[in-house]
Design a protein. Structure first.
Length: 141
């Protein structure tokens, strides 16, 4: 578990935005940035983001909801959101737990992602949902 409260000055309610500022959000982080991670799935390995997971109720778009673009692939459970103007990935609703948003910490004010040190990588290539689907498909054949 990585908590960077010592590395960056974060308020419980943090502000964030895409690069152009068209999309703005706030996220409640009463315990700082916990459980930071990267993912090696086909999507995440291309974007390289470090994310923190928060309950759905702790994340709110404050400006630019209409500027967000939704991207889904494979099982279409995860919902990945990007600014339609600058293309920055801001957050996604998680596939592994749809009750959580994963927030791109590089979009948070005061966070410098290159100063966060080693971040654990989640094995998205071998996602547990894919293994369950494979098992259920092979059982049905």
């Amino acid at each position: 578990m990585t908590n960077v409260r010592e590395l960056v000055s974060l308020e419980d309610l943090c502000q964030g935005s895409c690069h152009c500022g068209l999309v703005q959000f706030e996220v409640n982080l009463p315990n700082g940035l916990n459980d930071l991670s990267r993912c090696n799935c086909s999507m995440c390995s291309r974007r390289g983001a470090i994310v923190a997971s928060v309950p759905l109720d702790d994340f709110r778009i404050t400006k630019g909801q209409d500027a967000l673009t939704l991207y889904q692939f494979n099982t279409k459970v995860a919902k990945h959101y990007f600014c339609s103007n600058c293309g920055i990935y801001t957050h996604h609703q998680r596939r592994s737990n749809p009750q959580l948003f994963a927030v791109n910490v590089a979009c948070l004010e005061g966070v410098r992602p290159f100063e966060l040190g080693d971040i654990p990588t989640t094995d998205g290539i071998n996602h547990s949902s894919d293994r369950r689907e494979t098992v259920s498909h092979s059982t049905n054949e």
